[in-house]
Ligand binder design. Structure first.
Ligand SMILES: Cc1cc2nc3c(=O)[nH]c(=O)nc-3n(C[C@H](O)[C@H](O)[C@H](O)COP(=O)(O)O)c2cc1C
Length: 220
């Protein structure tokens, strides 16, 4: 696929077909992602991957954590307590648009909870990868890992898969560590659920908007 098309066609996929991604294709995607730049070529990233039954074990572990109200607590702080206003506005717009697309009303708490629970069911994906960093990682290392993550999602697209990056489940690192064997000396950064997209699923027709390119730059 053309690189621009690969990038501009990516979307967060929230419904999948049962077909299992093959290890061969996933490894090819990991290899492509490993060409991401990192400061001093430190390559701090690792992926802990479960396909099929292993993914189902992660799903079971996560849904149990969600259903039993296990205490949430990620290995790192994702964002400031108070987001800058323009970011907050975009987050609200995006959340509202997704709920509207799914026909979920503002006050429909049960439907909202069911949507949240979908995260912990990994949106029915047949495969999951958890991105980790060394425990001592700092902001710069997260910057490197983000590039790896972006490359990985694009490489998955090239292989015919779609994905959704997920921080929600990183709030329950213990539920991810056990079934995926993630060692204690690694920080859980986020998960990526992936697989063949269910093209018929209404939720997969949802698209987010972007700021114009002009608004993202200042020219000197
Ligand atoms: C690090 C990261 C974590 C995310 N966590 C979640 C998540 O937990 N659940 C979810 O449904 N989407 C999650 N998303 C997807 C974003 O909501 C999505 O990327 C954004 O709304 C833009 O939409 P698009 O990916 O369809 O272009 C995450 C994205 C990133 C980059």
């Amino acid at each position: 696929m053309d690189a621009m098309e690969l990038m501009k066609g990516r979307y967060s996929c929230r419904a999948y077909q049962p077909e299992l991604p093959t290890r061969k294709k996933v490894l090819e995607a990991v290899e492509a992602a490993s060409f991401a730049a990192s400061s001093k070529n430190t390559q701090p990233w690792k992926l802990h991957i479960g396909i099929g039954e292993s993914c189902d074990k992660v799903r079971a572990s996560l849904t149990e954590a969600f259903d039993t109200g296990a205490p949430a607590g990620a290995d790192y702080k994702y964002a400031p307590d108070s987001l800058p206003q323009e970011m907050m506005d975009r987050a609200r717009t995006c959340g509202f648009a997704l709920f509207q697309h799914k026909g979920i009303g503002r006050d429909d708490k049960a439907a909202r909870k069911a949507h949240d629970r979908e995260n912990f069911k990994l949106f029915g994906a047949p495969a999951v990868a958890v991105l980790s960093l060394p425990a001592a990682a700092e902001k710069g290392n997260f910057l490197d890992a983000g590039q790896f993550l972006g490359y990985f999602m694009l490489a998955l697209r090239e292989a015919g898969y779609e994905s959704v990056p997920m921080f929600s489940v990183a709030n329950y690192p213990r539920a991810l560590r056990a079934p995926l064997g993630i060692p204690d000396d690694r920080i859980v950064v986020c998960a990526v659920a992936f697989g063949v997209p269910d093209a018929e699923a209404h939720v997969n027709a949802f698209r987010t908007t972007r700021e114009s390119a002009e608004s993202l730059v200042s020219w000197a």
